[in-house]
Structure formats: structure tokens, C-alpha cells
Design a protein. Structure first.
Length: 113
């Protein structure tokens, strides 16, 4: 929570105005420097005064982050599958080229001769 010492020193109204400016789009670092306060304290007061992202938006963001994580995992699995198949195809092609370019006798002899 916010520092109560700073509340007595500056007052709740000071913090309310600072949070309003933050929500209006001002840069948090610049605002904190201008007001002579800690940037972290500014964010704490924003949370304390009910500013910031609404609960449904936070839930949606969390769900989207979870979905992004799942998709990244699926993508990584597919990349591994593609790498494996590429390697297997390379080996098959190398074997085929080795057999086709030899030009020598067949490895098996004719029966009866």
C-alpha cells in the first residue's frame, strides 16, 4: 500500500490529481520527476484510488496472455516436427542420390548364374 507518511505530507488530493494526470496520458517517469515523488508510489496510489485497468480488462488480458503462451508452445512443437521431418527427408534424399550415382553393379546377383 501507499506510504501513509506521504499522505500526511502531501495529502490525498495531491495524489488524486497526480493519478488523474497519469491517467490522462502523461509519462509516469516525467510526472514523478516533476512532482518530486517516487514513480512506484505514483503507481501504488493509482491502484489505491481505483485507477488503472478495470477488472474485466485484466481478466481478458490474463486470458489472452495464457492463450499466447499456449500458442507459443504449439508453435515450438511444430517447429521441432518440421526440423525432424526436414532432417529425415535430407537423409532419404542422400540415400537415393548415393544409389543413383554409383553406376556400379547391382548389389544382388542373378539367380542361377
Amino acid at each position: 500500500m501507499a506510504n501513509w507518511k506521504s499522505t500526511r505530507k502531501r495529502g490525498v488530493e495531491f495524489w488524486r490529481r497526480a493519478v488523474e494526470r497519469l491517467q490522462a496520458g502523461e509519462n509516469a517517469r516525467d510526472l514523478a520527476a516533476e512532482l518530486g515523488i517516487n514513480q512506484r508510489g505514483l503507481y501504488r496510489w493509482r491502484a489505491r484510488l481505483g485507477g488503472g485497468v478495470a477488472a474485466p480488462e485484466r481478466e481478458r488480458e490474463a486470458a489472452l496472455r495464457q492463450e499466447v503462451g499456449r500458442l507459443k508452445q504449439v508453435l515450438a512443437e511444430k517447429v521441432l516436427e518440421v526440423d525432424f521431418l526436414r532432417g529425415a527427408l535430407h537423409k532419404v534424399e542422400a540415400r537415393r542420390q548415393g544409389k543413383a550415382s554409383s553406376g556400379g553393379k547391382a548389389s544382388t546377383s542373378r539367380s542361377g548364374k
